[in-house]
Design a protein around this ligand. Structure first.
Ligand code: PBG
Length: 330
């Protein structure tokens, strides 16, 4: 039927009709909160490149996580800031059972046992060169790195981590980690694979937050992270991760890669997450600081767009703030 029998504006005209025809919704349980952990006590540090995001000592983090769970957030993703003197060529601090992230996992699971704890598997917080793997003959050595990542994953599982999230983009790591988890009786530990992780400039503020930028300098991660020009490559990555035993797939960065999210979700119907990365967060937060954007409205729109594109959940640094406004506006 044509105009005027059809008038698209009829359902848009009022708030009630807009609400009842809405196809997608954002709720607090869609949000996963990535957090930065530092050594020390009772401290909270600003991150210059990420206004409104802080690094917390474990004691403060526990309080923050408790509040987040009370608001309805179901999972947090932990990122440790390793003191420089503990960084090394092979990132061996990643395997220390008493390292910062292991202590943070234990403290959170003790204080808020119901919340899901997700931990990255990759060596960049621990290496003096800032790469996610070990360097042999000037290259990031795939198989040698995977051997270490398996140990890192087991170390985190032993500390009580619920979800292992390999973000390193080495080949074969999902299968190797899954097998090791099975052999060590961690049958229930989930693998959230950074399936389609692109070599992106939008990670800039994160590298500042975990202090790996000074180490990485202007080197890039293009020999293991994906080329932003490619889309079919992500489909192949997803197929491999599913075959190797991943429970959940993730696309990263988020907003510039909504087409990838949509393709993967529709092709595989797996639980599929998106990561709104540090640069995406900071673009909105910095504009808002200058009064050029409304933080909550822009963030809410961006997060809802992830849902429309097919995300089951979204990792966002704004999780707690958006959860507060969702809870208090209902
Ligand atoms: C490290 C890792 C990165 C992010 C999550 N895990 C950075 C990188 O690959 O250099 C980026 C997160 C963000 O930018 O918010 N393996």
């Amino acid at each position: 039927m044509k105009f005027p029998l059809t008038r698209m504006r009829r359902t848009r005209m009022n708030s009630w009709s807009r609400k009842i025809v809405a196809e997608n919704h954002l709720s607090v349980s869609d949000l996963i909160w990535p957090v930065f952990v530092i050594e020390g006590e009772n401290q909270q540090q600003n991150i210059a490149a990420m206004p409104g995001v802080y690094r917390y000592t474990i004691d403060r983090l526990v309080t923050e996580v408790k509040e987040a769970y009370t608001l309805g957030i179901q999972a947090v993703a932990l990122f440790p800031v390793t003191p420089r003197e503990l960084k090394s060529e092979h990132g061996s601090e990643a395997l220390n059972p008493y390292n910062l992230v292991c202590r943070a996992i234990k403290a959170i699971k003790q204080a808020v046992p119901e919340i899901g704890v997700i931990c990255d598997v990759a060596l960049d917080p621990y290496t003096c060169h800032g790469h996610d793997g070990v360097i042999i003959n000037g290259e990031i050595a795939n198989d040698e790195t995977v051997e270490i990542l398996v140990k890192q994953a087991l170390n985190q599982a032993r500390a009580g981590c619920d979800v292992i999230a390999p973000s390193d983009m080495q080949d074969g790591r999902i299968g190797a980690i899954r097998q090791a988890l099975e052999e060590n009786n961690f049958h229930q530990v989930l693998i959230l694979s950074y399936t389609a992780k692109y070599a992106s400039a939008f990670y800039g503020p994160f590298r500042d937050a975990i202090d790996s930028v000074s180490n990485l300098g202007n080197k890039d991660k293009k020999s293991y992270q994906q080329d932003p020009a490619n889309s079919d490559e992500s489909i192949r990555e997803a197929q491999l991760d599913i075959d190797e035993g991943a429970d959940i797939l993730m696309i990263k960065p988020g907003m510039p890669y909504l087409d990838i999210l949509h393709r993967i979700k529709h092709q595989y119907q797996m639980p599929t997450f998106a990561y709104q990365v540090s640069g995406e967060y900071s673009m909105i937060a910095c504009c808002a600081d200058h009064g050029y954007l409304d933080f909550e409205k822009s963030m809410f729109e961006a997060l809802l767009c992830f849902k429309r594109a097919g995300a089951d959940a979204i990792l966002t640094y704004a999780a707690k703030r958006i959860a507060q406004s969702l809870v208090y506006s209902n």
